[in-house]
Design a binder for this molecule. Structure first.
Ligand code: CA
Length: 226
């Protein structure tokens, strides 16, 4: 899951980025409306967290331009407490949810989970054989036993599970796992996959390497249709 955070307040942005990355999301940060607009034209996101009071291009204009391009990406707007008119305008322009500042991080995280879940059209729990992944609780179980996974491993597993039975390239993994300013090489991806594989193999869940191309989380036999 890749999130664009458009927020000019560095303290708010730092806190949000840290917390979202810990949860396994890739986060790109745009500190102005113009930067957010450029990012939205050039990249694909699963969610946008959009402050309305942004320099260079106001948040409402970023949203208007986004929807004019027919982008369906979910947008969560952030507004000052007294900005009720902006909130209404934002929702009218196609925002999916809003939060008033100051907000509590756990509530924002819950809204992020709800929006990404709704847009991906999946149930909160993804199942693949003995493996279950709870997208709401951000945790995975193998044969009912909780797996001890790092944020990166969790993000990796989520992508592989969402595309179970299909090839996922290393470039796709880098795109989904990393925000701007984060350097993750193909070698690092190999290390994450290696660690994740070790944690899954005892439960009979296999991540196959497709040499030179990427990885594929193999579906259990009974779920295969071919
Ligand atoms: Ca602001």
């Amino acid at each position: 899951m890749r999130i664009l955070l458009a927020e000019d307040d560095q303290i708010i942005a730092d806190g949000l980025i840290r917390s979202l990355r810990q949860t396994g999301y890739a986060v790109d940060w745009a500190a102005s409306g113009a930067d957010a607009d450029t990012a939205l034209v050039t990249n694909a996101y699963d969610l946008v967290i959009l402050d309305l009071g942004l320099p260079k291009l106001p948040g409402l204009d970023v949203l208007r331009r986004l929807r004019a391009r027919n982008s369906p990406v979910p947008v969560l707007i952030l507004t000052a407490l007294d900005g009720i008119n902006d909130r209404v305008k934002g929702l009218d322009l196609g925002a999916d949810d809003y939060m008033a500042k100051p907000f509590e991080l756990p509530e924002l995280e819950a809204r992020v989970r709800a929006l990404t879940r709704r847009s991906s059209g999946t149930t909160p729990v993804i199942q693949c054989g003995a493996l279950t992944f709870d997208q709401v609780g951000r945790c995975a179980q193998l044969h009912g036993v909780m797996l001890d996974l790092s944020a990166r491993e969790l993000g990796l597993l989520e992508i592989l599970l969402a595309r179970a039975g299909r090839l996922v390239s290393k470039d796709q993994l880098v795109d989904h796992l990393c925000g701007w300013g984060e350097e993750v090489s193909h070698n690092a991806i190999e290390v994450y996959v290696h660690r994740l594989r070790k944690k899954l193999e005892t439960g009979g869940v296999r991540i196959a390497t497709v040499r030179g191309l990427g990885y594929c989380l193999e579906k259990p036999q009974e779920e295969r249709r071919d």
